[in-house]
Design a protein around this ligand. Structure first.
Ligand code: TXA
Ligand code: MG
Length: 329
């Protein structure tokens, strides 16, 4: 099905969005992390259409968004820990993976007996959930493999014609996806985000961090990339390396652009660059958006590395995946 995709500001967008969600349709929705592609989480057909619109592999489970902790018991088995964590960290960028109840269709959880639940902080997202009267399953609203969208325009780039409505709630305040924490067994972070292991450890004691490799489709000849821009991207480990790569690309007639830390830009005078910002929060806010800006004006992105501590580790997790290259064998 093809749609004439509308972009509406939050107020009007939320009322129309709730009607679309109730009717089994898809809505691009703002959250404080990244934009989501939402559908009624309890409607199997609606959820299936999320996978189609994104071109997402069926074996990758979706996060279910709720507007208040009161919706928890209907969806998952919780001995009280999840409720306590949500009361501390939500609404906000924390997804908790728990044992699911049967009400959640298997297509949402990709056949697993667990489901990730999140209470988003963006008011339009919570209003959309309450007005729709159902939990909303929503992955990031990008085409599978592309950088997550942090503006309504970025959602439009990937989803125009595939969905009827994008609710424009402005730039996402955080800019990278939620921390995914599993409490099915011992607490373990499956995806790092703005809520860091240190913040969680105050409440949970020791928290493991999954050191998952970048996923590579195992079948020969296939590439699997995450957050990949349309152009090449390299992650540089020093100012010298950035300048050296930049000069090399210029010398072969390519158009490089640097995604630069503010502290490095004095070294990049005369070069084409985008300043990611002078704090980790700003870098986190800008990173996906600047990758999308850069791919439109350059053949290759050279990105400065950030220190891998605190949210810096979460940012580097995204940058390493965006920059990874796997050659066909
Ligand atoms: O910030 C976010 O989490 C955004 C916004 C829209 O809320 N959503 C998002 O969804 O990033 P998505 O689908 O792009 O990423 C969900 C991640 C995937 O890595 C998925 O494998 C993992 O969460 N995940 C979801 N359910 C899971 C489960 N039951 N067990 C393990 N991992 C799960
Ligand atoms: Mg995603």
């Amino acid at each position: 099905m093809s749609f004439d995709t509308q972009i509406l500001k939050s107020g009007q967008g939320v009322s129309l969005g709730a009607t679309i969600i109730r009717d089994g349709g898809l809505v691009g929705m703002p959250t404080e992390t990244v934009y989501g592609l939402g559908a009624n989480a309890l409607n199997e057909e609606a959820v299936k259409s999320i996978f189609v619109a994104k071109g997402r592999p069926q074996d990758n489970p979706l996060i279910v968004h709720i507007s208040s902790v009161d919706m928890l018991d209907e969806l998952v088995y919780d001995d009280g820990l999840a409720r306590r964590l949500f009361e501390t960290f939500s609404p906000g960028p924390l997804t908790i993976v728990m044992k699911k109840k049967d009400i959640i269709p298997n297509v949402v959880s990709a056949g697993l007996d667990t489901v990730g639940i999140r209470i988003p902080a963006h008011k339009a997202a919570r209003d959309l959930i309450s007005q729709s009267g159902c939990p909303i399953a929503a992955p990031s609203a990008n085409i599978s493999g592309r950088p997550s969208p942090t503006t309504a325009q970025a959602v439009y780039e990937d989803m125009a014609g595939k969905i009827p409505l994008i609710i424009d709630g402005g730039e996402c305040a955080i800019g990278i996806e939620s921390t995914v924490l599993s409490i099915v067994d011992k607490p373990i972070i499956l995806r790092p985000g703005a809520i860091t292991p240190k913040m969680l450890e105050e409440y949970l004691g020791e928290v493991g961090v999954h050191r998952g490799e970048v996923s590579i489709a195992t079948s020969p000849g296939m590439k699997y990339r995450h957050y990949a821009p349309k152009c090449d991207m390299y992650l540089s480990s020093s100012i010298e390396e950035t300048k050296c790569l930049y000069d090399r690309y210029i010398s072969i007639g390519k158009r490089p652009i640097v995604l630069a830390l503010a502290e490095n830009v004095d070294s990049y005078i005369g070069m084409q660059y985008l300043n990611l910002g002078d704090t980790m929060d700003k870098v986190m806010h800008n990173v996906f958006e600047y990758i999308r800006v850069a791919e439109k004006v350059a053949d290759v992105i050279i990105c400065d590395s950030v220190e891998e501590t605190g949210i810096g580790a979460s940012i580097m997790n995204r940058l390493k995946k965006a920059a990874s290259k796997y050659e066909d064998k």
